[in-house]
Design a protein around this ligand. Structure first.
Ligand code: ATP
Length: 214
C-alpha cells in the first residue's frame, strides 16, 4: 500500500496525472507523449519524465507512455480499489456544494456523512449524504479517517479537537483558521478567499510573458 520511495512532490502530482489519463482512456487513447501530458497538466516534461521513472514507466521515443500501464500503477498507488470514507462538518453554503458535488466520479473518495449544529439542517439528506447533529459525531465516526471542515472560523479548533478524539487523521480545512493538531494528523489548508486574492495579485503584478509556440 505504501510507496515509500516516491518523493512527496511527485506523490502530490499523482491525482492530477491520474485524472488526465483516465479521461484519455475514456476517449479510447492507448498512449500519450510527455509533451501532451505536460501541456494538459501544466507540469514541465522533464519533471513528468522524472516522476514517471519512479513508477518504472520509461517512455519510449516516438511512442510515449502506455496509458493502461500508468493507470494500473496509479490505481494501486492511490488505493483506487478501495473507497475512502470522508465526513463533512458544517453544512452551510460551501459544505452543501461539496455534498452535491460528485467526488467519486474521478476519485475513490466518498462523503459518507455530514454533521451540523443547526437543528434545521440535521435529519435531511443532501446529495444523498445524511446530515447528523454534531453531538453524534463521536458515536458515528467509527471508520472515518478523513474530514472536510466547512464550519465558521470560530468553531474550527473545537471541532478539530473532537474529530481527532474520534479517530480522524486527515483534515481538509476550508476555514481561514490555522488549526493546531498533533503530529500524526495531516492537515491540508484551502482558503478560497486567499487563493483568489493571490491570483488577482499575480495577475496585476506578474503578467505572463507571451509564450512563443516552439
Ligand atoms: P449558511 O448560509 O447556511 O449559514 P455559511 O457557509 O455562510 O452558510 P457559516 O456560518 O460559515 O455559514 O456556517 C457553516 C455551517 O456550519 C452552518 O451550516 C452552521 O450551522 C454550521 N456550524 C456552525 N457551528 C457549528 C458547529 N459547532 N458544529 C457543526 N456545525 C456548525
Amino acid at each position: 500500500m505504501s510507496e515509500n520511495k516516491i518523493p512527496q512532490a511527485t506523490a502530490k502530482r499523482l491525482p492530477l496525472y491520474y485524472r488526465f489519463l483516465n479521461n484519455l482512456q475514456a476517449q479510447g487513447k492507448s498512449r500519450v507523449s510527455s509533451k501532451e501530458l505536460s501541456d494538459a497538466v501544466k507540469v514541465d516534461s522533464a519533471t513528468i519524465r522524472r516522476d514517471f521513472s519512479y513508477f518504472g514507466a520509461l517512455g519510449k521515443k516516438g511512442y510515449g507512455y502506455n496509458v493502461e500501464y500508468l493507470l494500473g500503477f496509479f490505481r494501486k498507488t492511490l488505493d483506487q480499489d478501495e473507497t475512502t470514507a470522508v465526513t463533512l462538518i458544517g453544512v452551510g453554503n460551501l459544505g452543501t456544494a461539496f455534498l452535491n458535488y460528485n467526488f467519486t466520479k474521478n476519485n475513490n473518495t466518498k462523503i459518507m456523512m455530514a454533521f451540523d449544529a443547526d437543528p434545521n439542517k440535521v435529519g435531511e439528506e443532501i446529495g444523498g449524504v445524511p446530515v447528523y447533529p454534531i453531538d453524534e459525531l463521536e458515536d458515528r465516526l467509527e471508520k472515518v479517517r478523513v474530514a472536510i471542515l466547512t464550519v465558521p472560523v470560530s468553531e474550527a479548533q473545537p471541532i478539530t479537537d473532537k474529530l481527532i478524539d474520534s479517530g480522524v487523521e486527515a483534515i481538509l480545512n476550508f476555514t481561514p483558521a490555522r488549526i493546531t493538531v498533533p503530529d500524526f494528523v495531516r492537515v491540508h489548508h484551502i482558503d478560497l478567499a486567499v487563493e483568489l486574492q493571490s491570483l488577482v495579485y499575480f495577475l496585476k503584478h506578474y503578467p505572463l510573458e507571451d509564450e512563443e509556440e516552439e
